[in-house]
Ligand binder design. Structure first.
Ligand code: NSS
Length: 431
């Protein structure tokens, strides 16, 4: 049997024709000798109508009895019907219930917690369906961008022995009598790989034992990271802004319907273009103070500060030249002002905040050894990272994009946990 997807039958060309479709019953009601139900599949929804005479009394009764989310295959004629939710209606000639469903636990007005407890079922909602499609297109567009721009895909290990982004958010795991950690970032491994491939990227999970409960922190998230030999901070930012615009354009092209379903302001996204504004950290502190947020030089920008600041932005902004003390040891100090490092964070507008962290790495051996010492880190723990500066070191830069952070902003979601199928946070480990 040749089945069509619902999306394909919602056209005037198909109206009047007989089709086979299949999916799940999304809504259902009986009106005398007619049963109206809305069928959903991965692509869309369509209203279907079954009359008792055509179906036969027994099958009609069976259909009347089963609940929403029963799976069904059917054959019917498509008709234009303006009153139906997607403008067409299928007059069912024959159907088979494949998997019955009774008392599906998710109804209207369930709390966020309830929906998270039942996320394995909530995944079927129209809302999750739209988010999952946007997310899928983001991964696709990321790959597309990297490959088109000469990056090789590669992978680092997830079990590691040291911190990249500071020790406080490391997850420790027992490892055959030794101590291992789940990686916070694949950056250091990517740095080793540029000595072979020059331009590399990876899209992999990263883990952070984040104790903070914010709208933007997960303990496990997908991290799109890149590293490039011979690049300086500015070169890296130029690729990043092109990458962000490329993904936005792809999502606008392929996922406009989904963005609209989520009530995302599509016009706002359309206007985002390169180049993004660059602002030094120092200026951001001034900007915050001018807008009534008291910050002093040296303060880190946390979730609340970024929310406040980026509510005043209408496009992403790169913040560069952070003070060395508030950034990890590997950032290259600015030769013109060694108090600051050649790094950048990309802040998404509308109150969303940081979606990318990146910058230029220290490439001189003596500078790296000094910085490790200043941070009380043991060079032996980083012997292979240090080695890179011993054998033909080159200037290089890289970045990490938090994919859920990006999807969170792009889709205009209220919490990052909606941007991943199964969120992991300080409190949530199931389903
Ligand atoms: O800590 S970062 O700012 N930077 C790094 O990990 C670098 N080692 C990346 C690199 O240069 N290769 O994290 C990068 C991004 C950050 O901008 C966020 O978008 C995201 O990773 N991120 C997170 N997303 C979700 N949840 C949590 N907890 C989280 N932490 C960082």
């Amino acid at each position: 049997m040749n089945y069509k997807h619902i999306e394909e039958i919602l056209t005037d060309d198909i109206a009047g024709k007989v089709v086979n479709i299949r999916g799940w019953i999304y809504r259902k009601r009986r009106v005398g000798k007619l049963i109206f139900f809305v069928l959903r599949d991965s692509t869309d929804i369509v209203q279907c109508v079954v009359d008792k005479k055509t179906a036969g009394a027994e099958k009609f009764k069976m259909l009347d009895k089963v609940g929403v989310e029963s799976s069904i295959t059917l054959t019917g004629t498509v008709q234009k019907e303006e009153r139906a939710p997607t403008g067409y209606e299928v007059h069912v000639q024959n159907f088979e219930i494949v998997g019955e469903s009774y008392n599906f636990p998710i109804g209207r007005d369930k709390s966020d917690e309830f929906l998270l407890d039942n996320r394995h079922l909530w995944m079927r909602s129209r809302e999750m369906n739209a988010i999952l499609k946007i997310r899928s297109t983001v991964f696709d567009a990321l790959h597309e961008f990297f490959v088109e721009n000469g990056y090789y895909e590669t992978h680092g290990p997830m079990f590691v022995t040291g911190a990249v982004e500071g020790g406080s958010t490391l997850f420790e795991v027992p490892y055959f009598g030794r101590k291992a950690y789940l990686t916070q970032s694949s950056q250091f491994y990517l740095e080793t790989l540029i000595f072979s491939l020059e331009k590399v990227f990876t899209i992999a999970p990263s883990f952070r034992a984040e104790k903070s409960r914010t709208r933007r922190h997960l303990t496990e998230y997908w991290h799109a990271e890149a590293e490039v030999a011979w690049y300086h901070n500015e070169d890296m930012m130029r690729d990043e802004e092109r990458m962000i615009v490329h993904i936005i354009q792809r999502v606008l092209k392929d996922r406009k319907k989904e963005l609209e379903m989520l009530n995302r302001d599509v016009e706002f996204l359309k206007n985002i273009d390169t180049p993004f504004e660059r602002m030094k950290y120092e200026k951001i502190i001034e900007f915050a103070n001018e807008h009534g947020l008291e910050l002093k030089y040296g303060d880190d920008l946390g979730a609340d500060e970024e929310t406040f600041i980026t509510k005043h932005f209408n496009a992403p902004v790169f913040v560069t030249h952070y003070p060395q003390e508030i950034k990890p040891f590997y950032h290259r100090p600015d030769p013109d002002n060694p108090r600051v490092v050649l790094c950048h964070d990309l802040l998404a507008p509308e109150g969303y905040g940081e979606i990318i962290g990146g910058g230029e790495r220290i490439y001189k051996l003596e500078v790296l050894l000094r910085r490790l010492e200043e941070e009380n880190l043991n060079p032996d723990d980083y012997f292979w990272y240090v080695d890179l500066r011993r054998y033909g070191s080159v200037p290089h830069a890289g970045f990490g994009l938090g994919v859920e952070r990006f999807v969170w902003w792009l889709a205009g979601l209220d919490h990052i946990k909606h941007a991943i199928p199964y969120p992991r946070t300080i409190r949530r480990l199931t389903p």
